[in-house]
Design a protein around this ligand. Structure first.
Ligand code: HEC
Ligand code: HEC
Length: 356
């Protein structure tokens, strides 16, 4: 049988077109609802329950926001990990929580603003998700509008820019995926799937992301020593600012470099966003792994730690009250802040994307 030339050309064009459509699956731009492959999980669940060094455990004892009915279990955090990275969480199956909270950026986003399922942009910079269980009040977001982590989890899912699902749609979708009943059974003792359980499991996963293996942690346990610059940087971080201003540590309190709640009015020059209760106050997440989470601040307008510490001219985005230091001290602050980096949370398999 002989094909006519135009037919062959048309067929070739069709093939090329189909191939392009298929390959779109990988770059997240498709708007069809194809299925994401099942996750790769170990036969025995990873361990999410760590023994922390005593000085970290002491802080956890005072600040832990884990509710009595949602303690971390290995099976609960495993389910949470799968949900966190599952692109079915968005209306067109293009993005997961992990798309805006990337493990390599310590669960933040290297973009100033993040893209939602329909390419719309978030109104604030993504927050790094680590040590969230040490935030005593449990309030989440830069403006603390979510009263607890469990309540926060369901907000991005329903946000019309971020993931665009109703809770009913979410439940229907999760129920339709073959790999979930067994994971819910292990985590909660039955195959029932609902948004309350979804929020609980993701919260368990997020509360398990704790940094305790940085150089700073080794020094505090007497297992390593700071260099001269690192040690000088720590002293500067702890000392009141010249002229009597608050010490960095007064607001970013060791050992997790979080506050239990934003202490008082903090004037951040942003005409578009007044933060908590419109009082020019913002939450700051943990400064641990801060070297991995650029850009900075609620609007992402400070591109590097160096820019923040140098301040820049009045009115420039990096000129933030209480955040610039004497030029001679910049290198010391940088050296100290880098000792807070713990790459275990960015590289360990138990925190990574199981769909990859
Ligand atoms: C489209 C990007 C995007 C997606 C998708 C997304 N987030 Fe976020 N996330 C953000 C941004 C931006 C903020 C800060 C928003 C604000 O403060 O108004 C944030 C803040 C948070 C916070 C607050 C952290 C803190 O310390 O207060 C948590 C927790 C969080 N996200 C978890 C999740 C979870 C869980 C999912 C999936 C269900 C998710 N996010 C999906 C962009 C995203
Ligand atoms: C009066 C309280 C206060 C003091 C003092 C303070 N900070 Fe902050 N810091 C904050 C708040 C609040 C934010 C978040 C503000 C925002 O995003 O609008 C923040 C944000 C940051 C960030 C960016 C965090 C992120 O996730 O993007 C870094 C880094 C930082 N501070 C370091 C320092 C250093 C270093 C010092 C001392 C030189 C210092 N801070 C002094 C309250 C304070």
């Amino acid at each position: 049988m002989h094909f006519k030339k135009p037919f062959v050309i048309t067929s070739l064009c069709l093939l090329v077109f189909l191939f392009q459509q298929c390959s779109k699956k990988d770059d997240g731009t498709t708007t069809t609802s194809e299925t994401v492959a099942a996750p790769n999980l170990p036969a025995t669940a990873f361990n999410y329950i760590n023994t922390y060094p005593a000085f970290i455990q002491a802080s956890l004892n005072v600040n832990d926001n884990t509710p009595a009915d949602n303690a971390i279990t290995n099976d609960g955090a495993t389910l949470g990990r799968v949900l966190f990275y599952d692109k079915h969480f968005s209306k067109n199956n293009t993005i997961s929580c992990g798309s805006c909270h990337k493990p390599e950026n310590s669960f933040s986003d290297n973009a100033v603003l993040s893209k939602g399922f329909n390419d719309g942009l978030t109104s604030r910079h993504s927050m790094a998700l680590l040590n969230v269980r040490f935030y005593k009040s449990g309030k989440m977001f830069w403006d603390e509008r979510a009263p607890t982590l469990e309540k926060q989890i369901l907000q991005p899912i329903q946000n019309t820019v971020e993931m665009g699902l109703t809770l009913a749609e979410l439940e229907t979708k999760v129920k339709s995926l073959s790999y979930y009943p067994a994971l819910f059974q292990k985590a909660f003792g039955s195959t029932q799937i609902d948004s309350v359980r979804i929020a609980k499991a993701v919260s368990q996963f997020l509360r398990s992301i704790v940094t305790f293996q940085s150089k700073y942690d080794q020094v505090k346990q007497g297992l390593a020593a700071f260099t001269a610059d690192e040690a000088a940087g720590e002293q500067l971080f702890l000392a009141p600012a010249p002229g009597g201003g608050a010490a960095c540590a007064g607001c970013h309190t060791p050992p997790m470099f979080l506050t239990s709640s934003p202490a008082g009015p903090f004037a951040f020059p942003d005409p578009d966003d007044a933060g908590i209760n419109n009082q020019n106050r913002f939450k700051s997440g943990s400064l641990r792994n801060i070297a991995l989470t650029a850009p900075y601040f609620h609007n992402g307008k400070v591109s590097t730690l160096n820019a923040m510490l140098n301040g820049g001219p009045p009115g420039s985005p990096a000129n933030i009250p209480a955040h610039s230091v004497a030029p001679a001290d910049v290198a010391k602050f940088l050296a100290f802040l880098q000792t807070l980096t713990d790459n275990s949370v960015t590289t360990e398999a138990r925190f990574s994307d199981p769909f990859k």
